[in-house]
Design a protein around this ligand. Structure first.
Ligand SMILES: Cc1cc2nc3c(=O)[nH]c(=O)nc-3n(C[C@H](O)[C@H](O)[C@H](O)COP(=O)(O)OP(=O)(O)OC[C@H]3O[C@@H](n4cnc5c(N)ncnc54)[C@H](O)[C@@H]3O)c2cc1C
Length: 407
């Protein structure tokens, strides 16, 4: 019997398992292939929704879906991978593999220990739920300075979505006092990493929601009463949230020295690890942990749309390798993004330069459909396998489904 191990049960890992199971169902030579998915939780966390209220509901159970397609689930914290010995280690126990797909995703790029003593994040289900509980708990606190002040450090995609959602979330909790949301970023403007295209929509939404910004500064220190900025300004707040970007799972750097600035592992167009060491060519990587080329000029981003597609290709190729079948070359030239802007709707952009395609309510409708439908995996065997081919989930199809919603 041969065994394919998938490390990580996020978007990339789930779709890697599904693509391998689909190929197994089509190819008699793979009939005895065992597919095992190992992850620290038995839920697929819908991370793109963790800025919303009630984040504890933003996950779907993995086990019934995996059982439906004949994939075994193992709950565990992977501590290391012995690439030469073809083993994955979870504490003191190991599981051997014939092929491995590394899909352990990413985690918040935390600031240095000195300022990180305080603050929440929306990176994980546990982190976002802790913030949600804290916000609900504010209603029971006595009125005091900073009670309804939230400082968000990091003015990228996640920070903007959280900031523009917060005024309504806090009002829904019954805050009658003045709500203050302050975004802090070292760059010279909020949303700088998203380019010029959506800049006006972002700026207008922040202004309309009364969100304050502090740019060109960072956090000098934090304490239980608030933060002090590098400019010397003191902001009293009872809520501090870090949205300072994502770094690849630390397992990447344990497996390969060929990592990029985000800690992502270099992969070939087939999503196989780059390198010559023993066993390296039996390891594939997908999603936030992989530095893959989406086209000739662009590496993938740490995004759901890239994780879902690279996952399918990596799972397919890992299984195909075991059957001696040709690989499929990963390509995903079209890039679309939809940024939630709270009461101001959303902004939908097209292309790597993020040209604005829709704003306001139209874009918001699309965002809701993406967040509540498109990124959720189906529940039954036939639907999962039908959607699991690398060719099915290409960006052309994704975009045509999105653009159909603007009509
Ligand atoms: C708040 C927020 C908003 C976002 N918004 C968007 C958006 O609007 N659009 C978009 O495209 N993307 C968005 N993203 C990014 C998107 O969520 C990620 O790119 C995507 O989840 C990556 O999928 P993945 O499978 O590679 O990794 P992950 O989703 O991180 O999954 C990795 C899995 O591996 C498990 N794992 C990790 N390490 C170990 C270990 N050592 N042992 C066992 N298991 C392990 C994890 O528990 C997890 O189940 C957002 C992310 C966040 C946090």
């Amino acid at each position: 019997m041969t065994r394919l191990v998938i490390a990580g049960g996020g978007f990339a890992g789930f779709w890697a398992a599904a693509a391998a199971a689909r190929l197994r169902s089509d190819v008699p030579a793979l009939a005895s292939l065992e597919i095992v998915l190992i992850s620290r939780e038995d839920q697929l966390v819908i991370r793109p929704r963790l800025y919303e209220a009630n984040p504890s509901q933003m996950s779907v159970p993995l086990i019934p879906r995996l059982e439906a397609i004949g994939v075994r689930f193992e709950r565990g914290e992977i501590s290391s991978v012995d690439v030469g010995g073809a083993k994955v280690w979870c504490a003191a126990t190991s599981i051997s593999y014939d092929r491995l797909v590394l899909a352990t995703g990413s985690e918040l790029a935390r600031p240095s220990e000195s300022v990180d003593g305080h603050g929440f994040d929306i990176d994980t289900l546990a982190g976002a739920s802790a913030l949600d509980r804290h916000l609900r708990g504010l209603t029971a606190r006595p009125e005091s300075e900073g009670r309804w002040t939230v400082v968000i450090v990091g003015g990228g995609f996640t920070g903007i979505e959280l900031a523009t959602a917060l005024p309504e979330r806090l009002r829904d909790l019954g805050s009658a006092s003045a709500i203050r949301v302050v975004m802090v970023d070292i760059a010279d403007r909020i949303g700088a990493s998203l380019g010029d295209g959506p800049n006006a929509a972002i700026h207008n939404a922040l202004t309309a929601a009364g969100i304050e910004t502090r740019t060109g500064v960072t956090i000098a220190s934090t304490d239980s009463q608030g933060v002090t900025l590098s400019s010397g300004e003191r902001i009293v707040c009872q809520t501090l949230v870090w949205t300072t970007g994502m770094r690849a799972s630390p397992l990447a750097a344990k497996i390969s020295t060929r990592t990029d600035g985000l800690g992502r592992i270099a992969v070939t167009p087939e999503l196989r690890l780059v390198g010559n060491g023993a066993g390296i060519n039996h390891v594939f990587a997908a999603g936030d942990v992989a530095h893959a080329a989406a086209d000739r000029d662009h590496a993938i981003l740490q995004s759901c749309q890239h994780a879902q597609v690279t996952g399918r290709f990596a799972g397919y190729n890992a299984a195909a390798d075991l059957a001696g079948l040709p690989f499929q070359t990963y390509r995903q030239p079209l890039y679309t993004t939809c940024l939630d802007l709270g009461h101001s709707g959303a902004v939908l952009t097209k292309g790597w330069d993020r040209t604005v395609e829709a704003t306001g309510e139209i874009a918001k409708t699309i965002k809701r459909r993406i967040n509540t439908q498109l990124i959720y995996p189906p529940a039954d065997r036939e639907a999962i396998l039908a959607a699991a081919s690398p060719a099915v989930m290409d960006e052309v199809m994704f975009r045509s489904r999105i653009l159909a919603m603007t009509k």
